[in-house]
Design a protein around this ligand. Structure first.
Ligand code: ZN
Length: 408
């Protein structure tokens, strides 16, 4: 394997269009140079880079599932000759926008400086996606008699806007039921087995417009919303705590109303971001919201409200004691030289959707989650390369019950 120092000197223009799957660092650079900002970039172009690297293995079945112009899902499958578990490796193709604050490093140049590879998606999650692909190819290149089961690589569209690609993958049957999934979201190469769910609600208060000098001629939508906000603030509090996740939360994140200083507002919108715990039924949260709306209307019959569910994804709860979790922890502890424990994460992932059709889902990937979505996002090249080895070792253990698998 080439060292970082050799790559640091050739990170310039001559490699800009190169997508060399044999060199993991050049390959990651090619992924970052492909702009896949959600709904602005070209996820299809990124999927084509991944597809050509996968097809080059010769025995991998690759399919691209278009969603709309520039957006698609990708599925690649390789089978052994022996029955065994079906394991899915998954990551998302899109990134968040680069933001309005200028970057020190061009977000689409993939510069490498002092061991850090910079760019939008370096952490979230093109380094994870590239590492999974390389681990997948290492297994695909083994003789089909040397391992057992089936390995699938699944790249999703539009995770950052609410796991839309994953939902399509599940609902359309593009992805079959699986025994285990690894999602390469950034965790500093540690192991996350549980994360919060998310429920985004938009509440709309309907009033009646009038001249600001004659408020009694109208119905003020803001003044009707404020008592409802107070009720929900009391109702959406939970005593539950989770050892890895802490408390469930509900927070008002948007409040919009009014068109002019002298007009009684006829509409007020309030958006609430609810983060739930495993086992926390979103249906019961919605029922609580509706009962507070009914109580608010009873207290003030001029009030009128609607509720829109903007996003509804349950929490992830993989079993911390499962054999695959133990295998992952053993490999990680050995590789990182310290005891690694399974943890929880506050953010949500495609796992919220995928858990409907599968067994345990492990979230582990290179890069610090605190750098995701930031200006000058970067991943340590060494952490990215370590992730490939870690995934590969975990796969070898899980896909071979005998010791005949060839270590690389
Ligand atoms: Zn992500």
């Amino acid at each position: 394997m080439q060292t970082f120092a050799q790559h640091a000197t050739d990170s310039g223009q001559e490699t800009r269009n190169e997508a060399d799957a044999h060199d993991p660092i050049l390959f990651l650079q090619s992924l970052i140079r492909c702009n896949t900002v959600t709904r602005q970039g070209d996820e299809q172009a990124l999927a084509e880079i991944l597809a050509s690297a996968l097809r080059a293995a010769g025995n991998v079945e690759v399919s691209i599932h278009p969603i709309e112009s520039g957006r698609c899902n990708l599925i690649a499958r390789v089978k052994s000759e022996r029955p065994g578990p079906r394991i899915v490796l998954s990551g998302h193709l899109d990134t968040v926008p680069i933001g309005s604050v200028p970057w020190t490093h061009d977000p689409f140049a993939a510069d490498i400086v002092e061991g850090k590879l910079y760019g939008r998606g370096a952490v979230d999650m093109k380094s994870g996606l590239a590492a999974l692909l390389h681990a997948f190819l290492r297994v695909a290149r083994m003789h089909p008699s040397e391992w057992e089961g089936e390995l699938i690589f699944a790249a999703t569209s539009a995770e950052e806007t609410g796991a839309e690609g994953a939902a399509l993958m599940v609902e359309s049957g593009q992805l079959p039921a699986f025994d285990l999934m690894i999602i390469a979201e950034p965790t500093n190469n540690e192991l996350v087995v549980t994360h919060k769910g998310v429920l985004w609600l938009k509440l709309i208060s309907h009033g009646k417009a009038a001249h600001g000098s004659m408020p009694s001629a109208g119905i003020n939508a803001i003044e009707k919303m404020i008592p409802l906000h107070a009720r929900l603030n009391e109702r959406l509090r939970w005593d539950l705590t989770h050892p890895m996740l802490g408390s469930a939360t509900a927070t008002v994140t948007m409040f919009q109303a009014g068109v002019q200083a002298n007009v009684i507002p006829d509409r007020c919108e309030m958006t609430i971001d609810i983060r739930s715990l495993p086992g926390h039924d979103h249906e019961s949260i919605l029922q609580a919201v509706h009962s507070e709306i009914n109580a608010a209307i009873e207290a003030d019959p001029q009030s009128r409200f609607d509720v829109e569910v903007l996003l509804n994804l349950p929490a992830l709860a993989s079993s911390p004691g499962s054999p695959s979790v133990h295998t992952a922890l053993d490999v990680l502890s050995m590789h990182l030289g310290r005891t690694i424990h399974a943890r929880g994460a506050q953010y949500f992932t495609d796992a919220s959707v995928f858990q409907r059709i599968g067994g345990d889902i492990l979230i582990m990937g290179p890069g610090s989650p605190s750098l995701a979505h930031q200006v000058d996002e970067f991943v340590h090249v060494d952490d990215y390369l370590a992730a490939i080895d870690i995934y590969h070792k975990i796969l070898l253990k899980l896909l071979s019950s005998t010791r005949s698998a060839r270590p690389e």
